[in-house]
Design a protein around this ligand. Structure first.
Ligand code: 5GP
Length: 204
């Protein structure tokens, strides 16, 4: 049985990185799709772990070669999801987490209808601003752009299957784990196992 795609979106500074880290440490059979981006590498980030950092011409070549399941321009940079990685991991039966923006989420939903999408909503604009300012990874201009984009992004909550309000990180992580586990319990995802169990009831 193939794994499912789990789309996670939230405005920048919504805390999704920390939530995803907790979930990955705790949930088995879960892969994380490392996106390609043309954004500058930040202090503390590692190429190949946080992102595959590539030049704009290299990114455009990957687009031409049809290497992306989805891609979008976000806050002035390109970001995209590798189709090869996603196909390989879901083929092995692993669920794959895609941490992507609302435009990418829409593209994936269109191509992979059984994907599950989760929007992580900060408790308020004020809290988002505070969290984003505190992490000090953006210039004042970048910060302003991300906050401006956040106002448009949160309005997309209604495109998503689930919404988690990220008040406390540990509660939000627990919620996301529950969603992943509940999806794995869907009858349709357990067909093979159920069939095997039912054969033990044959002739009884
Ligand atoms: P950041 O630069 O803060 O790491 O990410 C900026 C935005 O790009 C976030 O909203 C993040 O979810 C989004 N993003 C990261 N990877 C991808 C991707 O592969 N595709 C799309 N569409 N968005 C992405």
């Amino acid at each position: 049985m193939n794994g499912r795609l789990l789309i996670i979106s939230s405005p920048s500074g919504g805390g999704k990185g920390t939530i995803i880290g907790e979930v990955r440490a705790d949930v088995v059979n879960l892969a994380y799709s490392v996106s390609h981006t043309t954004r500058e590498i930040r202090e503390g980030e590692t190429d190949g772990i946080d992102y595959h950092f590539v030049s704009k011409p290299d990114f455009e070549k990957l687009i031409r070669d049809d290497e992306f399941l989805e891609y979008a321009e976000v806050h002035g940079n390109y970001y995209g999801t590798s189709k090869t990685f996603v196909d390989r991991e879901t083929g092995k039966g692993r669920d794959v987490l895609l941490e992507i923006d609302v435009q990418g989420a829409e593209q994936v939903r269109g191509k992979v209808p059984d994907s599950v999408s989760v929007f992580i909503l900060p408790p308020s604009f004020g809290v988002l601003k505070e969290r984003l300012s505190q992490r000090k990874t953006e210039s004042p201009e970048e910060l302003a752009l991300r906050l401006e984009n956040a106002a448009a992004e949160v309005r997309h909550f209604s495109d998503f299957d689930y919404v988690i309000v990220n008040d406390k990180i540990e509660d939000a992580a627990a919620d996301l784990k529950m969603i992943i586990k509940a999806n794995r319990l869907l009858r349709i995802r357990q067909k093979g196992l159920i069939r095997d169990i039912l054969t033990t009831f044959d002739n009884h």
